[in-house]
Write a protein that binds this ligand. Structure first.
Ligand SMILES: [Ca+2]
Ligand SMILES: [Ca+2]
Length: 215
């Protein structure tokens, strides 16, 4: 092993040590693998000591699309916002690992918070009628025979509100959303798929955690 890669290795281990103390669901070795994968995705040599901003929106979206099969732009933007906790338009290494801990292995509680954040498009802590309309319109396959497809979506918004808007103020607060999902878990992704399916989680984890550990 060259001196340079030995140094990188040490740096990555130190970084993994400190990140794994604050992140749920991944052990230190897994965090180390996720750091390596992050560096690969960044398309730069693995030099964690160097200041790197992170994955920009375009790069992040292509990961969601290519690895996790997501296609809905509005939802992918929401996932980006949810990962980019400090709102600087980049997903840093730490944000990447923290985000993935919920995305891949989150508890129901963590996923409820995550999905609510994805669906709250303008970040005002409510999912409004308009936001529901846009997301449902985006995620439903349009029937070419329907005269006014918007009418059907408006009806669907009202049905959804009736089911989920517990305090009847015409929008969904986090408390409304949480209560509804707890009662009926299928409502977690009511406004569009924003979590990966079991198969793509398995493929991703195998690629990141197993292949990389092979000598
Ligand atoms: Ca950020
Ligand atoms: Ca909102």
């Amino acid at each position: 092993m060259s001196e340079m890669s030995a140094m990188n290795r040490k740096l990555i281990q130190t970084l993994a040590e400190s990140i794994s103390k604050h992140v749920e669901h991944f052990n230190k070795t897994e965090v180390e693998c996720l750091i390596r994968e992050f560096n690969v995705l960044m398309g730069e040599p693995a030099t964690p000591g160097r200041a790197v901003t992170g994955l920009d929106r375009g790069k992040f979206r292509s990961i969601l699309h290519n690895i996790f099969g997501m296609t809905d732009d509005m939802i992918m933007d929401g996932v980006f916002r949810s990962f980019d906790k400090d709102n600087d338009s980049f997903v840093s290494m730490k944000e990447w690992i923290e985000g993935l801990s919920v995305f891949l292995r989150g508890t129901l509680d963590e996923k409820i918070k995550y999905c609510f954040h994805v669906y709250d498009l303008n970040g005002d802590n409510y999912i409004s009628r308009e936001e529901m309309f846009h997301m449902l319109k985006n995620s439903l396959i349009r029937q070419p025979t329907e005269e006014d497809p918007d009418e059907g979506i408006k009806d669907l918004v009202e049905i959804t509100l009736k089911k989920m808007d517990h305090d009847h103020d015409g929008r969904l607060s986090f408390a409304d959303f949480e209560m509804a999902v707890r009662e009926e878990n299928l409502l977690l992704e009511a406004f569009g798929t924003c979590l990966p399916d079991t198969m793509s989680i398995e493929i991703f984890e195998q690629h990141v955690f197993q292949e990389q550990l092979e000598p």
